[in-house]
Design a protein around this ligand. Structure first.
Ligand code: MOS
Length: 778
């Protein structure tokens, strides 16, 4: 309850000018609410447990689904017997590839049209049957009672082996998904110009999506209308995929996704589980809840593919890069899913270089399909490029910060036509970061410490990055409904995937309307009641939705100004919207309370619709960043302890410092997992199965693994060209350079170049051992 309940207008805070119809709003110079560290608008709900996530949802008469999955990485389903399962107590539906309701259902994997139930299972975890029963345990028992005859087929799970003629074929046509190549300048000329040429192979391991909330949904039919509550980044993406699979009109499918416990790219669209859940609900005429187990999510909801990368680079003694040649391969899994997608982007675009050639080979293996994973391709590419940058700097005797500063691009070299960036904050990220981190002093301190005897050594390292996208763009539609007390309904289709989207949108609406942030009630992520939105991903949600919210709020103000002009009998152009009042410019005695505008009084509400215009066509928009890391390594045990981390980010305007910093901290911790502990272990020799499909064997960083000190430093540069809010997106750059910065710090600590991620204690010990044997750098 608020003391001044009934009046949600702010008084005294400046309200931005209302541009006349047809004129775009000005870039905000001063803001009253945007940028303030306002706590999450849904913070109480999230921490108290009253927020209902799809996994919390319980409906009357709801039953539970479970899925039978192939235990083999490659097998033909010869027969499925369901009699025993169907006869078990509580079982209400069984669906297999033989069920009339399921037989013809197709399932699209990017450009590949597959089947919901494919008689050939090409990865461990592929669906074979599904059941629904009164309790979770009964469903699990029934799933176990389904008897499947498999003809086990030879498999390939190693992407380095997949293209050899001896490798088992995932598909008859062979294991090559496709090749991608890129070239600019002339690579031979570039290497001829170089004073130093280095070449190195780098590897990164497959990282599994591990959002805290499992994947899944609740499905319920009312007649021929289907409602799905799904843990998703995009309700409209779920709606369209399910409509396509079931052959239903979009209008009969309502998808609700108010909360989700993380997605990171693996919940950009639904899974087969969503369609199975809808089928089970239909067959049983009950609401069905189908949540995957952690083991199942590790098998089949997505991953960041492992990559093998070879990078050859040429540099002049003065620190100018002359040539970059990059070769990369990686697995899509069993379906085309972008095994090398965007892995080369940083090589193409991050540093000035005239002569660049890249090639990528995407291969099939008998494992779960890859999916976008927080900055697809970029952390892998950074692992290679940013270590190479340090190796080159060392060879030519330049400080790694200084070397990077000599190669800062002002245009996006990798894009057609080399468009200029609206703002390139990379220089500021490096310079301000080096200063805040005390880079030079740290190096000197470490050098002194490491010259002392002892088996614990220190190191410091940095890495830079950009993110290809982040600018957002249309389509986006938002409506804002203003009530007479100044309270507001803000209606948008986008999901808040945990980043604070709703809070930022409340700030934007409150800023434009001159109302208190707590006046804003948000309706979102529901295809039945909210506007269309693309999935929240690609670091684009704020840059896409915030300008739209702004435009919707401006529409509200324009309507009120026009209504007030009638009441006051003055030209609308002379009126100013100042919050709770509309005032004539230069004649402050001529004014009217917003709530007293007569048409507003009559109608009760004013509704503004906002759309999002396109981004500038002739410019490139990218967020930039630099990460700095200090660590120590125990050379007897191979253990690494990260002592401190600094994330410096140019993402344009900081919309909310609290949500900003929480992205930076979370991204760094995720990057520490990628760099130090996480890897999918497939048994390539005997079974082809996933060996570490649980939280005991698959090591995520915990609070104890996070550095005691993680600092976030925004480089806030005005970027009026990117959009009318100046925000460029943050969710992905925060995890791109992290692992590379760790590897560079480890090199300083040990003198060894560790080229394969993750840097587990075993890997560190092996590297130190090799160094001892070879008496030099590896
Ligand atoms: Mo992101 S990988 O676009 O959710």
């Amino acid at each position: 309850m608020h003391a001044d309940k009934g009046n949600y207008y702010t008084q005294g805070l400046p309200v931005p000018e209302t541009p006349p119809p047809g004129k775009a709003p000005e870039f905000w110079r001063e803001t009253a609410l945007v940028g303030r560290p306002i706590p999450r608008v849904d913070g109480y709900e999230r921490v108290s447990g009253s927020a209902i996530y799809p996994s919390d949802l319980a409906l009357p008469n709801m039953i539970y689904g479970d899925v039978v999955r192939s235990p083999h990485p490659h097998a033909r389903v010869k027969g499925v017997r369901i009699d025993r399962a169907a006869a078990l107590p509580g079982v209400r539906a069984v669906v297999t590839g033989d069920s009339p309701a399921a037989r013809d259902i197709k399932w699209q994997h990017n450009n590949h049209e597959g089947k919901l139930f494919d008689p050939v299972c090409r990865f461990e975890g592929e669906v074979v049957a599904a059941v629904a029963a009164d309790s979770w345990y009964q469903a699990a028992d029934a799933a176990r009672a389904i008897e499947v005859d498999y003809e086990v087929l030879p498999f390939t799970v190693d992407h380095d082996e997949a293209l050899k003629s001896s490798a088992a074929r995932v598909w008859e046509s062979g294991n090559l998904v496709g090749r991608e190549s890129y070239e600019r300048g002339d690579i031979a000329t570039g290497f001829a110009e170089a004073d130093v040429v280095l070449e190195q192979e780098y590897r990164t391991a497959c990282e599994l999506h591990t959002p805290l909330e499992l994947h899944g949904c609740v499905a319920n039919w009312e007649g021929d209308r289907l409602t799905i509550w799904e843990s998703t980044q995009g309700v409209y993406a779920v709606q369209s995929r399910v409509a396509e699979a079931l052959g239903l009109p979009l209008s009969r499918i309502r998808v609700i996704g108010h909360y989700l416990g993380g997605g990171f790219g693996s919940k950009l669209w639904p899974g087969k589980y969503t369609v199975l859940c809808a089928l089970l609900a239909h067959e049983s005429a009950r609401p069905v809840k189908l949540l995957l187990s952690r083991e199942e999510t590790f098998l089949c909801v997505g991953n960041r593919p492992a990559n093998t990368m070879r990078l050859k680079a040429g540099v002049k003694k003065d620190g100018r890069l002359t040539a970059l040649e990059f070769d990369c391969s990686g697995p899509s899994g069993a379906y085309p899913a972008g095994g090398v997608q965007l892995v080369d982007w940083l090589v193409r675009d991050l540093y000035l270089c005239d002569h660049v050639r890249t090639e990528g080979r995407d291969v099939y293996i008998n494992a779960g399909p890859a999916r976008p994973f927080r900055a697809p391709g970029h952390p892998q590419g950074a692992w290679a490029l940013e270590q190479m940058m340090d190796s080159l700097a060392e060879k030519i005797g330049l400080d790694p910060v200084e070397f990077r500063l000599r190669n800062i691009p002002l245009v996006s070299q990798g894009r057609e036509g080399r468009p200029p960036y609206t703002v390139t904050g990379l220089r500021q990220c490096l310079e301000k970061g080096a200063e805040a981190f005390k880079w030079q002093a740290t190096l000197e301190r470490i050098k002194k410490q490491n010259s002392q005897p002892g088996h614990v050594k220190q190191g410091a390292g940095l890495a830079g990055c950009l993110w290809i996208a982040g600018a957002g763009g249309p389509p986006s539609t938002v409506t804002i409904k203003l009530f007479r007390d100044g309270s507001v309904n803000l209606n948008m289709g986008a999901s808040d995937i945990g980043t604070g989207t709703k809070t930022i949108m409340a700030q934007v609406a409150a800023e434009e309307l001159g109302v208190k942030p707590e006046a804003i009630q948000i309706e979102h992520a529901d295809t039945g009641t909210t506007q269309f939105a693309t999935p929240s991903g690609g670091s684009k949600t704020v840059p896409t939705e915030a300008p739209t919210v702004r435009n919707a709020a401006i529409e509200v103000k324009r309507q009120l100004l026009a209504m007030a002009a009638e009441d006051l009998g003055v030209p609308v152009a002379e009126l100013r919207y100042v919050g709770d009042e509309i005032v004539r410019a230069g004649r402050p005695e001529q004014k009217i309370k917003v709530a007293e505008v007569s048409t507003f009084k009559k109608r009760g509400v004013v509704i503004g619709i906002g759309y999002r215009g396109p981004n500038p066509e002739d410019k490139a928009i990218s967020p930039f960043a630099a990460h700095f890391c200090e660590l120590e390594v125990n050379t007897k045990t191979g253990e690494i302890v990260i002592l401190r981390f600094l994330g410096v980010h140019d993402s344009g305007r900081v919309m909310n410092r609290l949500t900003f910093d929480s992205q930076v901290i979370g991204g760094i911790v995720m990057g520490i997992g990628f760099g130090l502990t996480e890897f999918r272990q497939l048994d390539a020799n005997q079974t082809g199965k996933l060996c570490n499909k649980n939280w005991h064997d698959y090591k995520l960083p915990t609070a104890l693994d996070a550095p005691a000190e993680i600092a976030s430093l925004p480089v806030e540069l005005d970027d009026p060209a990117c959009n009318n809010t100046g925000a460029k997106g943050l969710g992905e750059p925060v995890t791109i350079p992290t692992a590379a910065a760790i590897a560079n710090a480890l090199h300083m600590a040990t003198g060894v170049r560790f080229t394969a991620a993750p840097l587990t204690p075993m890997a560190v010990l092996r590297g130190l051992e090799r160094q001892k044997e070879e008496g030099g750098e590896i």
